[in-house]
Write a protein that binds this ligand. Structure first.
Ligand code: MV4
Length: 518
């Protein structure tokens, strides 16, 4: 096993990786940007090296500085986490050329999966169904038109160099095609520096289901079952579950087998995820893309299977055989994860950076919080605003939802706006509870919310403190004067939250009505 590794990432995933390093007695080198000097991952590491200024392209994406940091500290391997350089084949090559171990698959496997058209060719060669469409980029509008007519509208235009829905266009008819083709090409060029687009038939009301796979250097490949990721907004996953509420062991086995075939086809090593679209009506599934990294939502698989995927990543990268066989993988109970963002759900999920002035994190039975922040932490404008992932486990989906409700009520963050209130509504939504999830869930949920009277947020600790202080103040006023002036409005502010109090008898109502306004 490695004695020392460098983590080329920040936030909750760096903290998550450090935890497995501690268990394996691996010494940890953190890297950080000038904006992150006081952050949790830096404090938890054994050593930390600044790799540049706040903007990612000068720090967390600075390949030369990161490799230099690994050399200086004599780290043997680099774990890239997710995002940043995790799926950058040039980075993986640079790491190997420096004589270090990249915790991930080969650069060649990353190259195949990095291009969505070559990934579709690899899947087809492996005998795995892909969404009907082209496996080469479209070369002209005439070809695009003929191909769209061949497969039949509606179709999707997608960036060949993309993934995750960036540069994606739904086209319902021939009239929309030219402008969609041009904008898709322009978006692909600006986002990926490659204007190539290809075409897929659009799958109606699909579910997004992905399979976690794991492979070692000895030819063993296993799958760890599915994750349901159909609840997305702007192609960002919001809630993930394991197992899928469909919970169909035959479907799991068939999808799992396909995912393993794809991994074998590219000599995959390490943790990876094969994404599928599942057509609701026919139960047919199609390969979508493969992510060659540890994913944000890996905790739900860990909770349902009991394995530590990061520990296994280190073990496999050190050359060991997988510590478990397919037959030893069992799924128990149900896990659900919510991604908690510093975003305002009442303002189209606009980022809400700032200082966390008060933090109470949930814990207790079946609750796992992968957090990257502490009280007084600054949520910076420079990086992804996800502050934590709240994952719960229950023996049944129902029990998991009950735990999620309880944990969401315990969770309190002041000073910044978060998506916690959004999740508190989702976990009480009848459609979510029913598990009938498809990719239109968020749109329908928003429609329902618009016509529903708002459920009051629970009174939280910061509100209690405001109310207590206001009572104490008014009591003293009463003692000092003959009568209370009920027309006086006082404003109370604490930990970034405030309440306007108009009269003593209205104290509590006003405090709770106003407490969300900052
Ligand atoms: C699709 C699709 C329908 N048909 N492809 C791909 C990336 C993902 N973030 C969105 N993607 C989709 N690709 C075809 N051929 C529908 C979606 C899609 C979607 C997929 C999963 C979860 C939520 C979604 C929301 C909108 C569109």
């Amino acid at each position: 096993m490695f004695k020392k590794v460098l983590i080329a990432n920040r936030g909750e995933i760096a903290v998550r990786i450090i935890r497995s390093c501690r268990e394996l007695d691996i010494s940890v080198v953190a890297i950080y940007s000038e904006a992150d000097i006081d952050s949790l991952h830096v404090r938890l590491a054994d050593e930390a090296i600044c790799v540049g200024p706040a903007p990612s392209n000068q720090s967390y994406l600075n390949i030369a500085a990161i490799i230099e940091a690994a050399r200086t500290t004599k780290a043997e391997a680099i774990h890239p986490g997710y995002g940043f350089l995790a799926e950058n084949a040039d980075f993986a090559r640079a790491v190997e050329n420096a004589g270090l171990v990249f915790i991930g698959p080969s650069p060649e496997a990353m190259d195949v999966m990095g291009s969505k058209t070559s990934a579709r060719r690899a899947a087809t060669e492996a005998g795995v169904p892909i969404v009907p469409g082209t496996v080469e980029p479209l070369t002209s509008f005439a070809e695009t038109k003929a191909t769209a007519e061949q497969f039949g509208y509606p179709v999707m235009l997608k960036a060949a160099a993309g993934g995750g829905g960036k540069g994606m266009r739904l086209v319902r008819s021939g009239e929309e095609l030219l402008s969609a083709f041009e904008t898709a090409q322009a978006e692909a060029a600006s986002a990926f520096g490659d204007s190539s687009v290809y075409l897929e038939k659009a799958v109606e009301r699909p579910r997004h289901i992905e399979i976690q796979i794991f492979a070692d250097r000895h030819g063993n490949v296993v799958h760890l079952g599915e994750r349901e990721c159909s609840i997305q907004r702007r192609h960002q996953k919001v809630i993930e579950e394991c197992p899928s509420p469909i919970n169909d062991s035959d479907l799991r086995a068939r999808m799992g087998e396909c995912a393993v075939k794809i991994a074998q086809a590219v000599n995959y090593v390490g943790a990876g995820t094969v994404e599928f679209l599942l057509a609701d009506a026919t139960r047919e599934f199609y390969f979508l893309e493969m992510n060659t990294r540890l994913q944000v939502e890996h905790p739900v698989t860990e909770l349902a299977t009991g394995f530590d995927l990061v520990r296994e990543q280190f073990s496999v990268a050190a050359g060991n055989a997988l510590s478990f066989s397919q037959a030893q993988i069992e799924w128990k109970g149900h896990a659900i994860e919510c991604r908690i963002y510093a975003e305002d759900p009442d303002n189209n999920f606009f980022p809400s950076p700032g200082t966390i002035t008060y933090l109470r994190e949930p814990a207790g039975p079946g609750v796992r919080l992968d957090s990257g922040v502490t009280q007084h932490a600054e949520v910076s404008i420079y990086y992804d605003p996800m502050i934590s992932k709240l994952a719960v486990w229950g023996r049944t989906r129902q029990e998991a939802i009950e735990r999620l409700r309880r944990a969401l009520a315990e969770y309190e963050v002041a000073g910044i706006t978060t998506t916690l209130p959004f999740f508190r509504k989702v976990v009480n939504d009848a459609e979510f509870i029913s598990g009938q999830l498809d990719t239109g869930f968020i749109a329908r949920f928003n429609e329902r919310q618009a016509s529903v009277t708002a459920v009051p947020e629970p009174i939280v600790e910061t509100d209690m403190a405001i109310i207590a202080a206001a009572f104490a103040y008014l009591n003293r006023q009463e003692q000092q004067s003959a009568h209370t002036n009920s027309h006086v409005t006082s404003r109370w502010k604490m930990s970034g939250r405030s309440a306007a109090l108009n009269a003593r008898q209205n104290l509590i109502e006003n405090a709770s009505a106003n407490r969300r306004k900052q």
